[in-house]
Design a protein around this ligand. Structure first.
Ligand code: URA
Length: 194
């Protein structure tokens, strides 16, 4: 099957999914955005209100900040992929429950298989706990790199946390520079093609 068909087939399965209760309450599935093959993947937690209405990740206030953070290191929605741990909105912006994450994360793994990223940047604790280490401590471990199965993982503060707490921004700036450095090391073609 072509990559295009694989992506379409995966999206239709997500559209039809009712593996947890979140599928019943959503307006739109928030599948993910970006090229079908890219070395850099950012993973948030789950859709908020605006994302649920528009069907695209990070389009609300946190999304505007994420776009600014990406542009600092010459990234954007055209050259990296953005997804979430869960694809349907948890009501009232609560954290996705463990069983909701378990029901949904297989779709993210399938996206990772199709994208073949070399770098995965977790946005916030929930994403880092799901993808890097279950007891991840974001305050202590953000910006550190871990290699697993040929893929480099790191976590940075979630943009919503940076909206609430400006004091976290200088550290996040350094973490972003470290992401840029890692891109130059492991997938320099991303910048050469820019
Ligand atoms: N927060 C997230 O974690 N993901 C989104 O898509 C939007 C806000």
């Amino acid at each position: 099957m072509s990559a295009q068909r694989d992506w379409e087939e995966l999206r239709s399965r997500c559209e039809a999914c009712r593996a947890c209760a979140l599928g019943e309450g959503r307006h739109k599935l928030v599948f993910g955005v970006g090229p079908q093959r890219t070395p850099v993947l950012f993973v948030g937690e789950g859709p908020g209100q605006q994302e649920d209405l528009q069907g695209e990740p990070f389009v609300g206030a946190a999304g505007k900040l994420l776009d600014e953070m990406l542009s600092i290191i010459d990234l954007g929605r055209h050259n990296c992929y953005i997804a979430n741990i869960v694809k349907c909105r948890p009501p009232g912006n609560r954290d996705p429950k463990p069983e909701e994450q378990t029901a949904c994360i297989g779709y993210l793994y399938e996206q990772i298989r199709l994208l073949e990223p070399k770098i995965i940047v977790c946005l916030g604790r929930i994403s880092a706990a799901a993808l890097i280490e279950s007891n991840y401590r974001i305050t202590r471990q953000h910006g550190q790199w871990v290699e697993k199965g040929g893929v480099w993982y790191t976590a940075i503060y979630h943009p919503s946390a940076l909206l609430r707490d400006l004091s976290k921004r200088p550290e996040t700036f350094l973490d972003l520079l470290s992401v840029r450095q890692k891109i130059r090391q492991v997938c320099p073609e991303l910048y050469q093609n820019a």
